[in-house]
Structure formats: structure tokens, C-alpha cells
Write a protein that binds this ligand. Structure first.
Ligand SMILES: Cc1cc2nc3c(=O)[nH]c(=O)nc-3n(C[C@H](O)[C@H](O)[C@H](O)COP(=O)(O)OP(=O)(O)OC[C@H]3O[C@@H](n4cnc5c(N)ncnc54)[C@H](O)[C@@H]3O)c2cc1C
Length: 375
């Protein structure tokens, strides 16, 4: 690793890149962010449901970006549903553009330089890597990953979503629709983004069909048609979600670290990437600081990310595998059984959207307390 690399270049000014830039600047590392678009993180074709605890873990002052607070979720399959509800706020819905603005302003205030309308790829990356460590935060179709041969992402989901101006009946609950005939590999959702905007969206494995066609089938389901039939969306769009970690997320020889969607740092059961990607960005910044201080910080970053998220990533993979591979009758019966045995209330009480291992641990502890108190 040449000594001249005491500077970091972040490629991509999405949430993960901007969080990495802020943390690098806070740690005293000179940092430049390159973003191909005119405005950082715009337009966004993604949703913004983020667990309250996950948002807090990012160290971002997100309060001005919150448009709604969710206390529960209802998961539907066929005629059955599983409901989880908590008195405590489970998650916030954030306006993604406002969240990116906050992350941008925090990075700049900390001392990062943000250069807009500058796409860096191919030979541009090769020359930048001679004078700087590179944080590839350039999204699911990462030029950095491709240029430095960082391996592939195991699976992608394609998505389509639309926003409708109307108020929700239950403004603090998100509805999830499991239906492998429409959305194999992910699900459909209806989310009250704010008091007067409802988002309807769908995602499915890229090799199981077209997202817009899946969306049209989803909104023709009676329970969703009741809400949106005859209404025109105020915005709509398609996107993709990487489902699973890339082969390699760090390369010390070239001074490369991938974060966020570029690295495939999403929860494989839902496609949510703000918390995993943002926390990885914080770790990557620490890794670069260690590297400048003469340690193997780049190798440390890859090992530490895998260590922290290994168990929960695999639990998310297992959850996705289970709901993606059940027939319609199986899914319906499973949800009915889960509701019957009280899984919904356990989720409401001990729910942790990001880390299923904590739900399991907390539930076992809760059950043990209940048994102890009953004796
Ligand atoms: C429909 C949908 C719904 C979602 N819902 C949620 C949710 O509810 N909760 C959640 O947590 N996550 C959700 N996600 C996932 C979440 O949006 C992503 O995980 C997150 O945006 C990843 O952030 P990022 O900064 O890694 O990448 P991005 O947000 O994709 O940012 C990458 C940036 O890099 C720039 N760029 C790319 N290439 C170059 C280049 N060569 N040079 C310069 N700049 C470049 C791009 O212009 C872009 O600004 C959803 C995703 C989708 C598609």
C-alpha cells in the first residue's frame, strides 16, 4: 500500500457514500465524493421504511426527513394475515431525498468535498486509485466493483412502485402481500408514506418476470384495487435491489472498499439497505483510518462486516427462502398458524426489523420470563 494514499475518494453520493464521507472527514481523512448526477441522490425510486433503532445507529440527524411513523405491519397471504403491532414506534418512513440532503450537508460540514456531475468509471477509476483509496458507493450496478473484479451479487430483485395522493385508513401500519404467483422472491407492499401519500410497490426476483406487469397484477388484487382503482399515481418508477453480498467487498492491493448496494449490503428478506449499507459505510471509514495509521484496515473492514452481519444475513436469507418457495396454500396456512400461536404479538413486543437474531433471543427470554412468573 503506497504511503501517498492518505486520501479517500467516494464514488456515489447516495446515503451510503455520504455517510462514509462524513465519517471519514470526522476521522481526519481528506475525502472527495464524486456523483454523476446534478443533485446528490436524486431522483430516488426507492422507499424509506427504516427501523427506528437502525436509523439511530447511523448517527444522522434524520428527524427532519421523517414523514410518518409506523407501529405495526400486517403480512397477508391468501385469506390469512399475521399482524404485529407495538405501542412503541417500530419504524419511520423517511423522505429519501430529504435524508440524502441531510447526509450531504453533514458530510460537507464535517469537511468532505462533494463534486457533482462527475461520473468516474473505467480509466478514471484506474488513475484515481493511484493517488487515493476508493470507496465504491455507486449503487447496485457498481462500476467500481466491475473495474476491480470484486465478484458478483448472487441475485437481484426488480421493483416497481407508485405514490398516490390519498389518506390511509390505518396510517401507522404497513401491509405486506406474499404471493408467489405475482412477486416470487420478494413481495408487494402498501405503505402510508405520510398523512396524504400512500405508496404501493412490488419486487420480484429478476428471473421471475417483469416488475411493471407484476405491479399491474398486484393492484388488481381486490384489497389493493379497493384503494387505488381509478386513481392516477403522482409518481412511479422501476429500480433494482441487490439481494446478497458481493463476492468481495474489499481489495487491499488496489485500496478499494465497497459499501451499500455496490457491496450488496441489504437485508435479503426485505431488500432494505439503508441500515446495513449505512453501518457498513461507518465501518469502511474506520477501516480507512486504520489503514492510514499503518494497520490492515481494509482487510479488517471486510472481516468485521462479515462477522457482525453473518448470522442475521443468513437468517434473512432463510426467511426469504421460506416465503419464496411455498405454494399459495402453504403460505396461507403458515401465516394462519403463526397468527394462531401468537407470533404476531411476539413480533409486536420484541420486533427488530433488522436483526432477526434479536427477535429470537428476546422472544426466548420473554417466554422464559412468562414460564418463570407462571410457576
Ligand atoms: C423499490 C425499492 C424500495 C426500497 N425500500 C427500502 C426501504 O424501505 N428501506 C430501506 O432501508 N431500503 C430500501 N431500499 C433499498 C435502498 O434504497 C438502497 O439499499 C439504498 O438506496 C442504497 O444506497 P447506496 O448509497 O448504496 O446506493 P444508491 O442510493 O443507489 O446511490 C448510488 C449513487 O452513486 C451514483 N453513481 C453511480 N455510478 C456512479 C459513477 N460511476 N460515478 C459517480 N457516481 C455514480 C448514483 O448516481 C447514485 O447517486 C429500497 C430499494 C428499492 C429499489
Amino acid at each position: 500500500m503506497p504511503d501517498k494514499r492518505d486520501h479517500a475518494s467516494v464514488i456515489g453520493a447516495g446515503t451510503a457514500g455520504l455517510i462514509a464521507a462524513r465519517r471519514l472527514a470526522e476521522l481526519g481523512v481528506g475525502v472527495s465524493v464524486y456523483e454523476q448526477k446534478r443533485l446528490p441522490g436524486r431522483p430516488v425510486h426507492a422507499s424509506g421504511i427504516v427501523s427506528r433503532t437502525g436509523l439511530q445507529s447511523l448517527g444522522v440527524d434524520y428527524s427532519g426527513a421523517v414523514t410518518n411513523t409506523l407501529h405495526g405491519a400486517r403480512i397477508h397471504a391468501g385469506k390469512n394475515s399475521l399482524s404485529a403491532y407495538s405501542k412503541e414506534a417500530m419504524a419511520h418512513v423517511v423522505d429519501r431525498e430529504r435524508l440524502n440532503d441531510v447526509c450531504h450537508d453533514e458530510a460537507v460540514s464535517a469537511g468532505a468535498e462533494v463534486i457533482l456531475e462527475r461520473r468516474i468509471a473505467g480509466s478514471g477509476l484506474a488513475s484515481l486509485s493511484e493517488s487515493s483509496m476508493i470507496v465504491g458507493a455507486d449503487g447496485a450496478v457498481s462500476s467500481v466493483a466491475r473495474h476491480f473484479s470484486m465478484g458478483s451479487i448472487p441475485d437481484y430483485c426488480v421493483t416497481y412502485k407508485a405514490d398516490y395522493e390519498m389518506s390511509a385508513e390505518n396510517a401507522d401500519v404497513v401491509d405486506i402481500f406474499l404471493n408467489n404467483g405475482i412477486s416470487k422472491g420478494l413481495f408487494g407492499w402498501v405503505c402510508p408514506n405520510s398523512k396524504d401519500v400512500i405508496e404501493v410497490g412490488v419486487g420480484l426476483s429478476h428471473n421471475h418476470g417483469n416488475a411493471k406487469k407484476a405491479f399491474d397484477r398486484l393492484i388488481s388484487l381486490p384489497s389493493i384495487a379497493n384503494i387505488v382503482s381509478g386513481k392516477r399515481p403522482v409518481s412511479e418508477g422501476a429500480s433494482i435491489i441487490p439481494m446478497g453480498l458481493r463476492g468481495k467487498i474489499a481489495d487491499r492491493a488496489h485500496g478499494i472498499l465497497l459499501v451499500g448496494d455496490a457491496a450488496g449490503q441489504v437485508k435479503p428478506s426485505t431488500g432494505g439497505g439503508i441500515v446495513f449499507g449505512g453501518n457498513a459505510a461507518l465501518l469502511a471509514a474506520e477501516g480507512i483510518r486504520k489503514e492510514i495509521d499503518g494497520k490492515d484496515g481494509i482487510g479488517w473492514y471486510e472481516k468485521e462486516y462479515r462477522r457482525r452481519y453473518f448470522l442475521d444475513t443468513w437468517l434473512h436469507v432463510l426467511i426469504r427462502w421460506a416465503y419464496s418457495n411455498m405454494g399459495p396454500g402453504g403460505l396461507e396456512s403458515m401465516l394462519g398458524l403463526m397468527e394462531y400461536v401468537g407470533v404476531g404479538s411476539l413480533l409486536g413486543r420484541y420486533g427488530e426489523m433488522d436483526m432477526p437474531s434479536r427477535i429470537i433471543g428476546n422472544s426466548i427470554r420473554g417466554l422464559a420470563d412468562a414460564v418463570y412468573n407462571a410457576l
